[in-house]
Design a protein around this ligand. Sequence first.
Ligand code: ATP
Ligand code: MG
Length: 299
Amino acid sequence: MIDNNRLRIAVQKSGRLCEGSMELLKAIGVKLSIRDRLLIAHSTNLPVDLLRVRDDDIPGLVMDGVVDLGFIGENELEEKMLERKAADKQHQYDVLERLDFGGCRLSIAVPNEMQYQGMASLNGKKIATTYPYLLERYFREQKIDAKAVMLNGSVEVAPRAGLADAICDLVSTGATLEANGLEEKEVIFRSKAVLIQRRGEMPQPKQQLIDKLLTRINGVMQAKESKYIMLHAPKDKLDEVKALLPGAENPTLLPLAGNDNSVAVHVVSTETMFWETMEKLKALGCRSILVLPIEKMLG
Ligand code: ATP
Ligand code: MG
């Protein structure tokens, strides 16, 4: 049963965004009991229902107001927005957060044997893609007269099959392109997963829950980038030590039992701690240098 008082979140049921979305939900304290075949999963500790669907459906579900939130790749979101706009359908939404997973780029790739001398080489050509609206927008911007041919799968074999001259597809490492004798030439869109919210009135308790979850998401993302650094530093080198520690304006200094020459320095750093920095600290006389991961942060 669908209960309108519960927050409805759409996630990809399986695929590249699934793990990142589920891990994030878990990290922000949304407990779920997932039964594999079911479309809906209820949270056991919060008024949250999860709608598990194909990623293609998520932008539409949010834009139509069927769900309150959705985790989706920007590529799919922007494509569906353009498609719906062209069809005069609801295409509004708000991005609550750009997330740190699902990174990829949408690129034009051409067969190795094609004489490619820049975008102009694509004039009069057919380009196979799952993202015709994004591709055609790019062609308009670049003033290229090429045709997007829509293919829902196996885009990378289209040139060999004689269906198109080149392709425009998602790339992360480029291995698939290489395996199919294709060369990446133009990046037309850079994408990450985002959390989006539907437009329109939101009952107060639901909005409060969204705000709370969003604060937790920020806490999880901040924690991932941060480290807790502990070390023993010689007292007479403290200024130099502080200058080396990234983002360490207010370190905690603690006395060391039985050692008057050194103090323990504890600090949360929002920047990466490189081996080079640790080696410099050691050269200054610091000892027991520890860099620890942080699980959650608030405030
Ligand atoms: P569904 O069955 O839900 O429709 P799908 O096959 O359309 O799944 P996936 O391959 O799981 O989609 O990709 C989902 C999203 O993951 C992409 O739209 C993109 O935002 C992101 N992504 C990240 N890296 C890649 C990649 N290397 N290739 C394709 N998509 C990627
Ligand atoms: Mg899909």
